[in-house]
Design a protein around this ligand. Sequence first.
Ligand code: PHE
Length: 339
Amino acid sequence: MNAAEIIALKAQALAEARDATSPQDIEAIRVRYLGRKGALPAIMKSLKDADPVERSEMGKQANLFRQELSSALESKASESESGDTVRTPSRMDTSLPGQWPSRGSRHPISIVIDDITAIFRSMGFTVADGPDIDSEHNNFDALNTPGDHPSRDAHDTFYLDNGDLLRTQTSTVQVRVMESTPPPIRIIAPGRCYRRDTSDATHSANFHQVEGLYVDRKVSLADLKGDITYFAHRLMGPGVQVRFRPHFFPFTEPSVEYDFSCHICKGSGCRVCKNSGWIEISGAGMVDPRVFENVGYDAEAFTGYAFGMGVERIAMIKYGIQDIRHLYDNDVRFLSQFS
Ligand code: PHE
């Protein structure tokens, strides 16, 4: 062996060290070159028989070989201990299946709110917003709800220590918008509401409504019926029927409750509609002049309609969900069906 061959062998050993991917690889290289029976001790032994002219250069190259390979193996070993060994491309198994990030889906409540919002936007409504915690004024007083009205009872409403409350209806936003904006007005307001209800298949202490308010000169009950019916057809399909029943709310006169024909049994009667063929959606009516006076509107010049809409109810009939609690259990097996 001459000096040039020692240099070539060193290059080979360093390449092997670079490609090593495990502590076992590193140890095998060390044994093969530096070990007692390895290549370097053999070279050292051969020096005494070497040509005297070559000998010193060979000795120098052999020492460099030992130093460089030792430090290469050392740094490789500490790299693999810290776990950041880079796998060489030749060791990558390209036949393994890839890992796909799992994809989330929108919550059915959000889907229904987005659908409702898109339809009313196309009818010229804008979206208004209000806080979940609001005043008795916005939730009751300005809405013409007398002080002894049963809905104000602490059995039904969550009050805070400072006298504010968790809003029981999105009708609070009607008051907020009218107090800050002159007519005409055409808004919807989606949001959470809270009532002290015991939860069962159709009730939850926390639920969602979409409020609607349209105020202008000459708005009539016919506009309310026509707009709600048009909306129902857009949301549920042209087959749905809408029914208005007389009702009472302190802030509308006249007042109605309105129902959609049951989407599940098409009106013939099933569990979800309790065999009636109809599903109650919410209340509506013509804004009571007392409410206009409370917010400073001219009750002689303007009329308006207002409606509420139960988002969970709509989600349940749209998707055939039999228990409202499914919407709050956060079970991904349920939620992932609504992508
Ligand atoms: N806020 C009423 C409720 O929660 C519904 C409603 C809204 C009625 C607007 C009339 C007008 O029951």
